[in-house]
Design a protein around this ligand. Structure first.
Ligand code: ZN
Length: 287
């Protein structure tokens, strides 16, 4: 998400210490959030008014006086009254463990105890906001490795000559992928590969790429397991895909591309060995 998360750090009630609140405010700023601090001794009504006025995403309540069981739910209640219940409320301060369930039942998204790392608080806030925005992050296992880097070239033979003779890479072979209207050469480099791609037709995506941008890196392919599951999860999270289901690509890989608009300008390919993908498809009861 590009927009900055806005947080109101507020001190409801009568206690006169705000060192803790100030520390949290600064720490959240360090995490890239915009933080407004209300100052001491705020009533729930004042806090809610500031939150609405400042158009914040989150209110962080800090209370040391022991009145949290009245003050925190009151803030939640007033937010509802103002039609601002989409503002997430979290709390901290001196709060006995046994009060936490009560507060969470009363609309406090999370109560942070004094030992909580600010990083965890910030992560929680970010996660909550993503959830609210409908971005449920499909956190999965890391892809296994960079399967290959695809490089668009005008002349495959000449490019292969350079990469083998000048750089000493090992040529694994040539292949034509009819569906993509490309001829490719794979070069081995450690456990990954370079894929040089030459267009076989002027309508090929590679031909268009070269016309538009010239030769160069065309895509990065990540080797994954659970390819279809990942695509489904990404789709559900609103990530723009070029292929919602994988298709057979070069080297007996099932491939699917994510749209560069979704990936900071990089055409990303998710690929998985065809046999593995096939097995998984069968195990899932669909193909
Ligand atoms: Zn590729």
């Amino acid at each position: 998400m590009e927009r900055k998360i806005r947080v109101l750090v507020a001190k409801p009630g009568l206690d006169g210490h705000d060192r803790g609140a100030l520390v949290i405010a600064q720490a959240l700023r360090d995490e890239g959030m915009e933080v407004v601090y209300t100052g001491l001794r705020q009533t729930p009504a004042q806090i809610v008014a500031s939150a609405v006025q400042e158009d914040v995403d989150v209110i962080g309540l800090s209370c040391l006086s022991g009145a949290h069981n009245e003050l925190f739910p009151e803030v939640v209640r007033l937010l509802k009254e103002q039609g601002a219940e989409d503002i997430i409320v979290v709390g901290g301060g001196v709060i006995p463990d046994e009060d936490i369930p009560f507060l969470e039942e009363n609309g406090i998204a999370k109560v942070f105890t004094p030992g909580t790392k600010t990083k965890d608080t910030a992560d929680f806030i970010r996660h909550k906001i993503d959830e609210k925005d409908g971005i449920s992050a499909p956190i999965m296992d890391s892809p296994n490795k960079i399967e290959h880097i695809g490089i668009a070239v005008k002349n495959l033979e000449e490019a292969v000559k350079f990469y083998t003779q000048m750089l000493g890479l090992k040529l694994l072979g040539f292949e034509t992928v009819e569906s993509e209207q490309v001829r490719v050469a794979f070069l081995e480099i450690g456990e990954t590969r370079l894929e040089l791609l030459e267009a076989t037709d002027e309508n090929s995506a590679i031909a268009k790429f070269i016309t538009k941008k010239g030769e160069g890196i065309h895509h990065i392919a990540l080797n994954v397991d659970n390819q279809q599951e990942r695509l489904d999860a990404l789709k559900n999270a609103g990530v723009r895909l070029i292929h919602e289901t994988p298709k057979l690509g070069a080297h007996n890989n099932m491939v699917a591309f994510l749209h560069p608009k979704a990936t900071n300008g990089v055409l990303l390919e998710l690929c998985q060995q065809a046999e593995k993908a096939e097995l998984q498809g069968h195990a899932d009861g669909h193909k």
